[in-house]
Design a binder for this molecule. Sequence first.
Ligand SMILES: *Cc1c(COP(=O)(O)O)cnc(C)c1O
Length: 835
Amino acid sequence: MNVLGRITELPELPEPLAPLKEMAYNVWLWWSWTPAAQELYRRINPVLWEACRHNPVKLLLEARPERLADLAADPEYTASVEAVYQSFKAHLASRPKPTTGTVAYFSAEFGFHESLPIYAGGLGILAGDHVKAASNLGVNLVGVGLFYHRGYFHQHLSPEGVQTEYHETLHPEELPLLPVRDAEGEPVKVAVEIEGRKVWITAYQVQVATVPVYLMSTDLPENDPADREITAELYNAEPGMRLRQEIVLGVGGVRLLRALGVEPEVWHMNEGHSAFIGLERIRELVAQGLDFDTALESVAASALFTTHTPVPAGHDVFGFEQVAHYLQGWWERLGIPRERFLNLAREEREDGAVYSMSVLALRTSRFAGGVSRLHGEVSRKMFHDLWPGLEPEEVPIGHVTNGVHTWTWLAPVLRDLYERYFPEGWMHALSRPEHWATDALPAGELWAARRALREQLIRDVRERLGEQRLRAGEPPARLRAAERALDPGTLTVVFARRFATYKRADLLFHDPERLKAIVNGPYPIQIVFAGKAHPRDEPGKAMIQKIVRLVRELELEDRILVLEDYDIALARTLVFGADLWLNTPRRPMEASGTSGMKSALNGGVNFSVLDGWWAEAYDGQNGWAIGTERAYDSLAAQDAADAASLYDTLEHEILPLFYARDAEGIPTGWLGRVRRSIRTAGAAFSAERMVNEYLNTYYKPAEAHGRVLSADGHARARELAAWKKRMAERWRQVRLEARAPGDLRLNGKPLEVSASVDPAGVDPRHLRLELLLRRGATGPLQRVAFPEPETHDGRLHYRIRYRPDLPGSYVYGVRLSAQHPDFAQPFEVAFVRWA
Ligand SMILES: *Cc1c(COP(=O)(O)O)cnc(C)c1O
């Protein structure tokens, strides 16, 4: 057919079923973490429910009216509808009162549900879980992202493990996406300029229980055909596409919120993709008559940046000319020279300077953090150059460790079990560790649930494998083999994540014969692999093929499987059913990782390199560590050491514990790890804990700081900007001379240091002189302030006597720095001078 358009007739549901429509559209997603609600949709037509990828909107569009009429006449069904609807109403009514103004949360991907594939992996799932937890906690958040009408790619694997990619076209009308309307009731439209051309943007609203998320699209007839494609695909590799998408996300996102009358108090950039929001907010203030520097201070005061990876290639960078081309005219709008405009995002790299979105985000926000303790540390080192003269731990980048949304990632059988045995109130205060009373779970019931989940995993995996082989045209024997793959009594290991080489999916194959001996040994294991490689990542794709080939050569094809198209639905099956969750990144490349948290929540036990979240979660009894926390000179040495540790721990600790059974056939020792694993992940690695931490560490301070700097026509932002400008000039003239004894044995006497400072007109209250020490050169940094100076001859004279608390050998230094009471962080700007 020559298609002229699409029409969609929304279903008219019989009266008693009306809530099904309301819950599917208006409060999208609440059902996705509420098993009883899903059951209502599934019962309409279980086959269709699977075919629609668990998307109730599509299900209602396709369900047969007679079937709906039958159900409407079934008192048992309508009573269930009513009960679920009441609990939904209660859910909305029970939201706590918001404790902050509006937080705008920007993300290039959101992983809410398998039916809306606008996420690639961890970053998107995290954004989805953040929004869901914010809704549960009553945080006043709005999400802003892009609606990719061809989404992220789906993956097919050939029998040889060759990845091919394809996109499915998403139709907003088959999804719970409601067009966002302006005051006149028309679909909202805003424009951005790209290459000096106007690009129009519209938006759809996704309602995640109480949190609205606005997804923007440029697929409008008034745009150039090429511009309609800007929001077509997530992480499209076409040159310039990323930049155009990011202009739409950052600049367009701010304009959209303005058009909707949303006035955020806090602006959260989830990854640097949305860093152009800073430019647009500055432009708005400059248009109101502010100078650039004042506008920057005011804007940055209420902005937060979360950085997500220590892998340099994971940070978006562009060429300066490219940026100048797409953002032509912007420097005039901001009232600064072109050079300065481009240098806002300048990052010096070994192979030349680049325009870095992460640097732009750091320069335009006063609050920044990584996604685990170790990642915070790595990020401070990574961006140390932006704050020259500081010690790495002083770089103003903190962290909030990631968490996962409990209701999305907890298997319904376990939810019921926990509900029966955990203390009253567990469901309403997930981040309280004492609520996760896993010792109260009876061993028999816990083990029965774990077995049921493993069996479910095996059923799902067999079905998927069969479909995968059928589609690839494999012979009947291979299809029959898929029906028998895996064994319900065998310890099931899962390795599911993006196939990026640093994640070392092949580490398990480091010594193929040893792996084979384990798999076929008296205490066997079976392994499921799943994951996509980025379309441009040839080494990642080659790794999938390598694994498929090795499995075939080792004749382990019924025990080690590689499944295609890893997504939220497959992740659910795998994290519910895995006994052992394997993660082997090359330390410290994994920023956090969240799949291990999901597995632990369900009683899977983590077996992982001490990287990301696991470096802070592992306590010796809640799972196992691979390798040690040491750093290696050579990758080959690191791989060999980690592989040896992996095999040894498997053979000597994990397998014997799993297969040791008591008189009732229950692995009591193993369940000890399971209980501890659940307890570990349940509270500390929940998205509720994470969002609460964001609220207290970042959202509230950013809101307060933004208010202070913008009050009275941005008076204090103006003062701070002027102070920084003055200080930048004067700092060159400030002189510091220190008299220190050099190397010295203290023998019970104090260290005495004196210093004299020529403040060159700087207000002495803005100066801080410190003695900095480290015990044993690499110990933690100690900072000791010098007492108040005496002033004579226009100079400041300082003196300190210091005795260490602990014996030992220390390195020390003396450092002068400038500070301002309106700094959001002690070292917002590094005006520092070392003696
Ligand atoms: C949780 C999840 C991820 C992220 O997990 P990692 O541990 O970071 O790999 C990626 N993809 C899907 C589908 C997930 O559910």
